[in-house]
Design a protein around this ligand. Structure first.
Ligand SMILES: C[S@@+](CC[C@H](N)C(=O)[O-])C[C@H]1O[C@@H](n2cnc3c(N)ncnc32)[C@H](O)[C@@H]1O
Length: 287
């Protein structure tokens, strides 16, 4: 996409191409006018999505998109939806859930009360999967899960606990692959095309809005899950979030990252030891 600015015959400035400048202005404008801060999101995927919206809005440049967005809040809303990657699933990455069950929960079982933060929980499939695991391992009564996301709409969906029925077959096999005991069907009822998850799975769950780019710590946790979120951030925002998690973890607390994420480059590697390096679960060592 960098060629777009150059192809309009403008000599790129030393600090970047015209398209880079337009991108900075667009993100700055969105932040200042609407308060959504995408300035430190990873540029490659952001660019792809922005250019898709440039075309969809009938514009030819990022600067054109900026003009549309500044004068039309509905265009901003359409873009915001485009920029939110909320893909998720139950028991996503089954070896991770197996490891959680076999290596993490036995440690948590030694505590009288456990606080878990699921950051970037999207529509809640990960939270419900964890709640099932906790129930099966006899820990549900003493665990409070704080499930957060930047998007209010997605949190509202998470709270409903409804997933398309046609996905349950895949979820069931992931559940069994992840060490599930019984069969997933005992945890939901069918309502037309929907599987309605057992509402009591939400008993220990608090859903709340939290922006990893701007908000601070709000509790001390024994386990933090943040999977498939940091990949959308640039290095500096990733480092911010790693520091936030470090400030939010109890001594010996555990940090579970996604398959494509790690502590490498966080500057905090020395403070953690792997619980299961394969599935990116780490333990914060005592200070
Ligand atoms: C791909 S989903 C990951 C969902 C789940 N953790 C999983 O692994 O299946 C990424 C989620 O991160 C959320 N997100 C993006 N930017 C965020 C931010 N600045 N603060 C909190 N959540 C954010 C999105 O709204 C989305 O729901």
């Amino acid at each position: 996409m960098a060629e777009q600015g150059a192809s309009r015959g403008v000599t790129p400035a030393a600090s970047g191409t015209v398209e880079d400048v337009e991108l900075d202005l667009l993100l700055e404008g969105i932040q200042r006018v609407y308060g959504y801060d995408f300035r430190n999101y990873a540029r490659a995927s952001l660019r792809r999505r922005l250019w898709r919206r440039v075309t969809a809005e009938g514009r030819v440049s990022l600067a054109g998109l900026l003009e549309t967005i500044l004068h039309d809040p509905q265009a901003m809303e359409r873009l915001r939806v485009d920029l939110s990657v909320t893909v998720t699933s139950m028991f996503r990455d089954p070896p991770f859930f197996r490891s959680l069950r076999e290596r993490v929960l036995p440690v948590l079982a030694t505590y009288p009360f456990v606080r878990v933060w699921v950051a970037g929980c999207a529509s809640g499939e990960e939270v419900y999967s964890l709640a099932i695991l906790l129930r099966e391992e006899g820990l549900a009564d003493r665990v409070r899960i704080y499930a957060t996301d930047v998007s209010d709409e997605i949190l509202a969906r998470a709270q409903q606990g409804r997933v398309p029925l046609d996905k349950m077959r895949d979820y069931s096999s992931s559940y069994l692959e992840g060490g599930g005991h019984e069969g997933l069907s005992q945890y939901y009822e069918v309502d037309g095309r929907w599987a309605v998850l057992d509402p009591t799975l939400r008993d220990g769950v608090v859903f709340a809005r939290h922006n990893l780019a701007t908000d601070g710590t709000f509790n001390e946790f024994n386990l933090i899950l943040c999977r498939n979120v940091l990949i959308y951030f640039d290095r500096s925002l990733q480092q911010r979030v790693h520091r936030l998690f470090d400030d939010s973890l109890a001594p010996l607390g555990m940090l579970a990252l996604g398959a494509r994420e790690s502590l490498v480059g966080s500057g905090l590697e020395d403070r953690y030891e792997p619980v299961d390096a394969e599935v990116r679960i780490y333990r914060r060592m005592a200070a």
